[in-house]
Design a protein around this ligand. Structure first.
Ligand code: CDM
Ligand code: ATP
Length: 292
């Protein structure tokens, strides 16, 4: 039977790089804000042991598969589970309806990987614990653990040390500039400072959103279209970069405020409006299934 699973996007409400590690990764501080906007994954069991993955993006309707099948983090996650538990004898067709812009700093690939790990753990009845899934998840990407835990969080380490937090209700207008950014390239950039002084959660909460994103100066220099979009949105409300970009967001108190602002920018930029969530829709679905 075919089943549908949500795969939410995230925003980095701020992003500081506070250290560089020997393995090439960077220590950071961030708040991952989960959104009620995201992709949808469909899992259809197969009669053989094969795993397939197709992907359709409404943002790029002319491109039948925007990500090569073997590179897709969802198929990588499924194969990882198959290797871990070799008792699996059912294959799976995975289909992704992509709404999250690729290379947008919204964690789409990582979220798809997390949804695959949690959905297949349920569908294949593997009974892997959250800790086991987290260990597998972080090997696929630094952004995967927050989607596995499923709570808006304060994050440290490479993004895997998570502390759940609840923020005041907010609506986000997320602007999608016509530019994708490769995360690895930005982390390698010699202009990146990696010694921002570490702050405490309380400092962030009291100065809410006044703290910035360490990638913003580099992104501004290298991608004029993003600098232009940041400046444009800043005319109306404080604009922030998510992750390594390219998406830009601003926080508003109500949906109506977000809609009014979207109306003002819509002739120049594609955008979407999303409510901030404390708990992932994926975890709400799993909870509902487990109490059935
Ligand atoms: C920028 C963020 O989106 C903020 O949430 C994440 O830190 C990126 O997470 P991600 O896309 O899941 O990252 P990964 O796929 O694990 O890593 C991509 C590349 O980014 C670099 N990388 C990533 C995360 C991190 N804390 N330090 C890093 O140096 C690594 O060079 C890595 O080769
Ligand atoms: N299912 C997937 N969805 C999106 N990207 C994927 C997926 N699988 C692999 N990728 C690859 O991952 C790269 C970036 O993915 P993603 O969209 O998650 O990055 P991002 O939006 O910048 O997020 P992050 O904040 O995690 O860096 C792209 O090069 C893309 O080809």
């Amino acid at each position: 039977m075919k089943t549908y699973w949500p795969s939410p996007a995230k925003l980095n409400l701020f992003l500081h790089i506070v250290g560089r590690r020997n393995d090439g990764y960077h220590d950071l501080q961030t708040i991952f804000q989960l959104l009620d906007y995201g992709d949808e994954l469909t899992f259809t069991p197969r009669s053989d042991q094969q795993i397939t993955c197709t992907c359709f993006s409404a943002l790029e309707p002319d491109s039948p598969s925007v990500i090569p099948e073997d590179d897709n983090l969802a198929i990588k996650a499924a194969r990882l589970l198959q290797q871990t538990k070799n008792k699996i004898d059912t294959g799976m067709d995975i289909h992704i309806e992509k709404r999250i812009p690729i290379g947008g700093g919204l964690g789409g690939g990582s979220s798809n990987a997390a949804t695959t790990l949690l959905a297949l753990n349920y569908l294949w009845q593997l009974n892997l614990s959250l800790d086991e899934l987290l260990k597998l998840g972080v090997t696929l990407g630094a952004d995967v653990p927050v989607f596995i835990k499923g709570h808006t969080s304060w994050a440290e380490g490479i993004g895997e040390k998570l502390q759940a937090i609840t923020l005041p209700e907010a609506w986000y207008l997320v602007l999608i500039p016509p530019q994708a950014i490769t995360t690895a390239k930005l982390f390698l950039d010699p202009r990146l400072t990696y010694n921002t002084t570490a702050i405490r959660i309380q400092t962030f909460l009291s100065e809410h959103l006044k703290t910035g994103n360490d990638f913003e100066p580099i992104v501004r220099q290298d991608y004029p279209v993003i600098a232009e979009a940041l400046d444009y949105l800043n005319h109306f409300a404080p604009a922030h970069l998510s992750g390594t970009g390219s998406c830009i967001f601003t926080a508003l108190d109500t949906k109506i405020q977000a809609e009014l602002l979207q109306e003002k920018i819509k002739s120049r930029y594609r955008s979407f409006i999303s409510k901030g969530l404390s708990i992932s829709p994926l975890h709400r679905k799993l909870d509902a299934l487990q109490t059935q």
